[in-house]
Write a protein of this length. Sequence first.
Length: 84
Amino acid sequence: MDGCTELEIGYSVLPSFWQQGYAFEAAEKCKHFAFENQFATSLISIIHVDNVPSQNVALKNGMYLDKTTTYKDNPVHIFRVKQG
């Protein structure tokens, strides 16, 4: 991201399974697994600026809005969580 290599928490959920907690469950598990196995001390999620539900998942997962940038010609928010 912006010239840096970072580990990302990402997921995709079929629309028929939205709003059932699966996105948060997947994101939380990815975070714990990465930190427990010392893959990184900081993780990001790249989320389109209009994707409010995913932004809410990131916030619920302990992430904070780190910056806004462009990724693959799309405006995105970079959410971050640090091991701690």
